[in-house]
Design a protein around this ligand. Structure first.
Ligand SMILES: NC(=O)c1ccc[n+]([C@@H]2O[C@H](COP(=O)([O-])OP(=O)(O)OC[C@H]3O[C@@H](n4cnc5c(N)ncnc54)[C@H](OP(=O)(O)O)[C@@H]3O)[C@@H](O)[C@H]2O)c1
Length: 166
């Protein structure tokens, strides 16, 4: 199963100014790319803080929300709260017939997957903005080498960089 990290970041490498910030600053073209790609993949894995900033079920794809808070539950088939490990989540998805999964943040959950070397591809939209301080793609120290597979200029001055993790 391929795990594709799909994120937007500022030109200075920030994904948000703080953990509660809404992801409403990336522009229409990036949003379109995100919706198309995640619908094509069919399933998104995210941390609870990222889900709280989205605060709704995104239609047309499954959301797996990682949390250790057992009081968080859902009756909707497309929204699952789980305290399972990254490996268990991927195994479950594979058993459900998914060929790949979109990992969509935030910094903490991205690091959980990177630490376990479970990320295969990274798609980053570079948005022409600067935040200065804030959260990065990861909140841990890594030394990972990437292969650049594709670059695409989309609207709003954004560039999508597609990497394969070596
Ligand atoms: N620019 C972008 O593309 C983009 C994309 C996504 C998010 N973001 C931004 O990122 C920010 C949120 O990122 P974040 O790093 O603060 O939080 P996060 O990664 O979204 O969520 C962290 C939470 O995940 C849960 N968690 C962490 N490790 C876990 C594990 N091993 N097992 C189960 N649950 C675990 C914990 O939830 P509990 O406390 O509930 O246990 C933890 O508080 C927001 O500002 C959002 O806007 C930006």
């Amino acid at each position: 199963m391929d795990v594709i990290l799909i994120m937007a970041m500022t030109a200075d490498g920030k994904i948000a100014r703080n953990s509660m910030e809404l992801i409403d600053w990336t522009g229409k073209a990036d949003k379109k790319y995100f919706v198309e790609k995640t619908k094509e993949i069919g399933v998104m894995i995210m941390g609870s803080k990222t889900f709280d900033t989205i605060a709704k079920i995104l239609p047309g794809r499954k959301s797996i929300v990682m949390t250790r808070d057992k009081t968080r539950t859902s009756n909707h088939p497309d929204l699952v709260f789980t305290d399972k490990s990254a490996e268990e989540i991927l195994m479950d998805l594979e058993n459900q017939g998914f060929a790949s999964a979109a990992l969509i943040g935030g910094s903490m959950i991205n690091s959980v997957f990177m630490e376990k070397q479970l990320i295969d591809y990274i798609h980053v939209t570079v948005v022409p903005r600067i935040f200065g301080k804030g959260l990065s793609l990861f909140d841990m120290s890594f030394d990972v080498t990437l292969d650049l597979e594709d670059t695409r200029i989309i609207e709003d001055g954004c560039i999508v960089l597609k990497y394969k993790v070596k």
